[in-house]
Design a protein around this ligand. Structure first.
Ligand code: BGC
Length: 760
């Protein structure tokens, strides 16, 4: 009796087992092959051919979300909603026949968040984003994105964190922990080696086992181990000849076997080719789903090429994810997240990731500076973030002109008028109404710069106390940047030169603000202005955040998570990157007819191996414009009392940081390690840990402890397929940047070897 009562409770009206009441295995046992095949693909995407049948039904759950899972009501399986990030939740801001708005907060771009070097702060930002995910009814945020900045020209670097895997992994873990605190999921992406947009669905990334493990997978490994994201998104590209979404080595042996990942893997949108191979590889769900994939899976099981047990395994992982979701739990979302509170979060977090590259003392502005002359089109048309799926539909963007006005500065009206007129004309000229459906994803054409006449300059010099020149860049999904985008244009150079000359001649200061999403050339002009603030793309409150920094309400404490080279070609990867090739993401090959493969389009050789970013610049002894880890503050910090200890396989280095300057500020302390000479080739030094002080008042100190496990000192030995720690004296260096080491200590480490799966 008791048994059959329990059975009844776990079943629906027609006797079907219900998810959450009956065991998952029972639910799977009751599914038809067709239902299973539907569940492992999504519900299709509007406007794409081959929509799966239920598109209309679930698309409206949260309009503008990237996708949903397939609902099976008879088994109590709801559709759950997957929506983009990473700079905030991406959904449609307005809905047909609905007066309400559904704006989300545009937080700073990933690169800025990483530049804070502050995991606690990134976790807070993640927490705020997670609240919007939850309260707008989404279940999984398709973020964070943590591919390596292999080359400055990758169009999506703004979404990513760093040229270094430890920064990438730790910042991603903090973000995931923050979002998932809300009981919603994340999808760390794009796994792995999606380091260029050119021909992103057909490019084969050819990478040595060592570089793969140490550089391109390491960040994902850290994020998986330190935050257990609910899902992982495989990438579009091939990796050493195999689509990542079809690679069992990557998705099963490494991700689950070596790292212990317990969640679900989904494809990037329309990624990969062979649905059965994807199932087999452990790519549990294919998004957004196409009829052809459904048919291939059903046929595969029927003709025995796809083991149904494999399908069941993937179905199980999807059901486990669904059971975690707010929608499954019946959470009543409000459609009313606390956008006011989140505007404060983004405003404050942005100031902490801005990097002060140069300051001769003009910043923060003294109280004598009241009237400012604001140059550069982006001062008035400030860029909140990049384009594509990482764009966020926010209610507003605070420009620098508005931010400065809000902060009580008088912004030169005649310059404002001149720029607004110019921007309107240029926008009209460059962006004629387009019926290209992809246009919404493309970077907006921005007005080039104008250089005021001598007379105009003279009058703004006399009317103002200082000048600010903003240099802006935008980029995004689908397209890589060009070398011309890395360089300043002749007009931009002239603008900086002429404005600085005119203001300097009158004994006044001129500063440059960089409103950029990725690295640009700075070496040729950085000597000219009095200060340079790299403000990045700082989210919807960007102008307010910059004003907070310029005014001294906040001391900038960001540091670069990538190198600013002297010249683009100084990067080792520049030899093997699709530079200035006229290919978009589809990358039709030049000699398609002849079947010839085009270098850097069809395949890219990661010839530089592990020598990415500072690892390369240090090894080759190349001078850089601003090194990895660099960033000034309004105050100064001294590093004292260094100490080191080693026990139970862990090294601890402590250092006491003292604020010796006049402003309150925070310091990002970096720990680099140099290995002893052994049999393996080693970088000069590698970042192994970092930490940020709390805000220290002048004279205040804080002791920082940086911890490194012996295993984290290992290099990947391709011959042995093992992480190998060579024995000897390791040099631990606490630094303010990769080229500003403040304290050095040594400790002896015993050799060890950690075997991994034979894969990859
Ligand atoms: C992007 C992903 C994104 C997905 C869904 C793809 O084009 O590469 O980052 O999550 O679309 O919008």
């Amino acid at each position: 009796m008791a048994l059959s009562a329990a059975a009844m409770l776990s079943c629906g009206p027609k006797g079907d087992p219900q998810l959450g009441k009956a065991s998952i295995d029972k639910v799977i046992g009751a599914m038809t092959l067709e239902e299973k095949a539907h569940l492992v693909i999504g519900t299709g995407m509007a406007g794409t051919s081959g929509d799966a049948p239920v598109i209309g039904e679930t698309r409206n759950l949260v309009p503008g979300a990237a996708g949903t899972t397939y609902p099976i009501p008879r088994l109590g399986i709801p559709a759950i909603v997957l929506a983009d990030g990473p700079a905030g939740l991406r959904i449609n801001p307005v809905r047909e026949g609905d007066e309400a708005t559904y704006y989300c907060t545009h937080f700073p771009i990933g690169t800025l968040l990483a530049s804070t070097w502050n995991q606690e702060l990134v976790e807070q930002v993640g927490n705020a984003i997670g609240e919007e995910v939850l309260e707008y009814g989404a279940d999984v945020l398709l973020a964070p994105a943590l591919n390596i900045h292999r080359n400055p020209l990758c169009g999506r670097n703004f979404e990513y964190y760093s040229e270094d895997p430890v920064v990438s992994g730790k910042i991603a873990a903090a973000y995931v922990n923050g979002v998932q605190k809300n009981g919603v999921g994340t999808s760390i992406k794009h796994f792995a080696a999606n380091n260029q947009e050119t021909n992103r669905m057909g490019n084969d990334a050819l990478i040595s086992k060592r570089a793969l493990r140490e550089i391109y997978l390491k960040g994902f490994e850290i994020a998986v181990k330190e935050s257990q994201p609910w899902t992982v998104m495989s990438s579009y590209n091939y990796l050493n000849g195999v689509y990542t979404s079809e690679s069992k080595d990557l998705l099963t042996s490494v991700l689950r076997g070596d790292w212990g990942f317990k969640g679900m893997v989904m494809t990037d949108w329309f990624g990969g080719k062979d649905a059965c191979a994807q199932m087999e590889a452990g790519n549990d769900m294919l998004q957004p789903g196409r009829d052809g994939q459904f048919e291939a899976i059903v046929k595969g099981v029927q003709d025995g090429t796809l083991d149904e047990a494999v399908l069941d395994r993937n179905v199980k992982r999807i059901l486990e994810l669904i059971m975690l979701s707010p929608r499954f739990k019946g959470y009543k979302y409000s459609n009313n997240p606390d956008l006011k509170a989140h505007a404060k979060v983004t405003r404050q977090s942005a100031t902490e990731g801005m990097v002060l590259l140069k300051n001769d003392g003009v910043l923060p502005f003294s109280s004598e500076i009241k009237n400012v002359a604001l140059y550069g089109t982006t001062s008035y048309d400030f860029i909140a973030g990049g384009t594509g799926s990482g764009n966020v539909n926010r209610a507003y963007t605070v420009s620098l002109q508005e931010g400065l006005s809000n902060a009580g500065y008088k912004v030169d009206k005649s310059l404002e008028k001149m720029y607004l007129k110019y921007i309107a004309e240029e926008t009209e000229r460059l962006n004629p109404k387009s019926d290209n459906p992809m246009a919404m994803f493309m970077p907006k054409n921005r007005a080039g710069e104008i250089v005021p006449s001598k007379a105009e300059l003279a009058s703004s010099v006399s009317a103002n106390d200082a000048a600010i020149i903003t240099i802006g860049r935008t980029s995004g999904e689908f397209l890589d940047r060009k070398v011309s985008d890395f360089s300043l244009t002749a007009k931009e150079q002239e603008l900086i030169r002429e404005v600085c000359k005119a203001f300097h001649a009158a004994g006044k200061k001129a500063i440059v603000v960089l409103n950029i999403g990725g690295v640009i050339e700075t070496a040729s002009w950085k000597g000219i202005p009095d200060a340079i603030l790299c403000a990045w793309q700082a989210g919807q409150e960007g102008g307010n955040s910059v004003a907070d920094v310029l005014k001294g309400n906040a001391s900038p404490s960001g540091k670069l998570t990538m190198t600013f080279p002297v010249a683009y070609k100084d990067h080792a990867s520049s030899k093997n990157f699709p530079v200035d090739l006229e290919f978009g993401m589809f990358g039709k090959t030049l000699d398609a007819d002849k079947g010839e493969k085009v270098r850097n389009v069809d395949y890219t050789e990661y010839e530089e191996g592990i020598y990415v970013g500072y690892r390369w610049f240090d090894k080759a002894g190349i001078e850089v414009s601003y090194p990895f880890g660099y960033g000034l503050s309004y105050t100064e910090f001294e590093y004292g009392s260094p100490a080191i200890s080693h026990s139970a396989g862990v090294t601890k280095m402590t250092v006491t940081v003292t604020n010796t300057g006049k402003f309150a500020g925070k310091e990002a302390v970096q720990l680099y390690v140099s290995a002893p000479a052994g049999t393996m080739d080693k970088p000069v030094r590698e970042l192994k840990a970092f930490a940020k002080t709390r805000e220290l008042k002048p004279g205040e100190s804080q002791t920082i402890t940086l911890t490194v496990a012996d295993a984290d000192l290992a290099s990947f030995d391709q011959e042995q397929n093992a992480w190998t720690v060579e024995g000897g004296n390791y040099i631990f260096q606490a630094g303010a940047s990769s080229r500003d080491i403040r304290a050095t200590l040594e400790t002896e480490i015993k050799p060890s070897v950690i075997k991994v799966s034979q894969a990859l």
